[in-house]
Design a protein around this ligand. Structure first.
Ligand code: NAD
Ligand code: UFG
Length: 339
């Protein structure tokens, strides 16, 4: 298939590009490089020995996007482009709604005009809001308790896509609700390259281990969990990437939704211990107050993806830490300063 990967130069997109190319698909990446580096795509090409068509630009630019659709014969789209920093979305709500909604609207219009009928969309476990149970299936209610504009923008995107599918019955959509993506390609050539101070646990731990940051702040040790720290379902980014390629095989019209996670939880302190073990470095930490909006435990029930997409994870949390460490050591400054 000829696949358009929006946001394909980013963290999840670059790993997904590797799997797509390895499985024999043609890949075009549409990205404005606002949170990524073209070097990621060069490295994907080196890793796979295959080339990517890079279509630079803003996915909200309707004219440009339509031109790209007119010039290419896409069979399917994997839509990952967007803004993703939860805290930033609270500070800049209009920017988040503007970007995360207008990109999807433009894309859907171009897909319909060009009759591209397959879409895989990057959603998030954040749509479940404040979960009623630690283990979350796709049947869990969505919306109630979402704490930030980023989370709302994901749920609104799902609604926009569902309404579009109702009006356009041939459209086939898979919404993938990711839990916590971590790790890197096992080569250490591509990985997560956060700009500034990382918001997320694993890139922060990694930067402490390599000596870029002094210590980790553990946000709360008074949760109702094994050791009092927050528990999350960390999924290796290559397992996640394989989930996207499995989702492309769906051809039936209509919308399907799948959780992508491992079904097991890891606490903050367990994550620290595992990272210390694989890196041989000490990770100093200090327990601080809870971070506003954080939940005690969030774990995916991913049975549906196993049954319907034939997808399962094959990498452990320790593998993810080892691969993230390899990436961090080989690329202490990520892909470099220019972004
Ligand atoms: P990322 O920031 O690394 O990748 C997103 C890419 O989109 C970047 O390359 C960026 O330059 C590009 N982009 C942003 N705005 C654009 C625009 N207007 N036009 C064209 N390109 C644009 O993020 P990621 O971690 O790879 O996440 C990919 C997707 O997965 C996002 O939609 C994100 O919300 C979703 N997601 C991520 C996580 C996570 O923890 N990483 C969890 C759940 C869902
Ligand atoms: N944590 C720390 N210290 C840090 C960073 C995080 O103790 O410096 C803790 C958090 O309190 C939480 C755990 O580590 O218990 C994981 O935090 P992350 O920020 O890595 O991930 P979140 O689960 O908060 O957020 C992730 C994605 C969001 C998504 C959300 C919902 O980053 O995009 O999951 O599933 F919206």
């Amino acid at each position: 298939m000829r696949v358009l990967l929006t946001g394909g130069a980013g963290y999840i997109g670059s790993h997904t590009a590797v799997v797509l190319l390895e499985e024999g698909h043609d890949v075009a990446v549409l990205d404005d490089l606002s949170n990524s580096h073209v070097e990621a795509l060069n490295r994907v090409e080196q890793l796979t020995g295959k080339s990517i068509d890079f279509l630079e630009g803003d996915l909200a630019d309707a004219q440009l996007v339509q031109r790209y659709f007119d010039e290419n014969n896409f069979d399917a789209v994997i839509h990952l482009a967007g803004l993703k920093a939860v805290g930033e979305s609270v500070e800049q709500p209009t920017r988040y709604y503007q970007t995360n909604l207008s990109t999807t609207l433009t894309l859907l219009d171009a897909m319909r005009k060009s009759d591209v009928q397959r879409l895989v969309f990057s959603s998030s476990a954040t749509v479940y809001g404040d979960p009623q149970s630690p283990l979350i299936s796709e049947e869990h209610p969505v919306g109630a308790g979402i704490q930030n504009p980023y989370g709302w923008s994901k749920l609104m995107n799902e609604q926009i896509i569902r309404d579009t599918a109702r009006a356009w019955p041939e459209l086939s959509v898979v919404n993938l609700r990711y839990f916590n993506p971590v790790g890197a390609h096992s080569s250490g050539r591509i990985g997560e390259d956060p700009s500034g101070i990382p918001n997320n646990l694993m890139p922060f731990i990694s930067q402490v281990a390599v000596g870029k940051r002094l210590q980790l702040a553990v946000f709360g040790q008074d949760y109702d969990t094994r050791d009092g720290t927050g528990v999350r379902d960390y999924i290796h980014v290559m397992d996640l990437a394989e989930g996207h390629v499995a989702a492309l095989a769906k051809t039936t019209p209509g919308v399907e939704t799948y959780n992508l996670g491992t079904g097991t939880g890891t606490s903050v302190l367990e994550a620290v211990q595992t990272f210390e073990h694989v890196s041989g470095k000490q990770i100093p930490y200090e327990v601080k107050a809870r971070r506003e909006g954080d939940l005690a435990t969030v774990i995916a029930d991913s049975h549906r993806a196993g049954e319907k997409l034939g997808w399962q994870t094959s990498r452990t949390f320790e593998d993810a830490c080892r691969d993230a460490w390899k990436w961090q050591v080989q690329n202490p400054d990520g892909y470099g300063p220019s972004r």
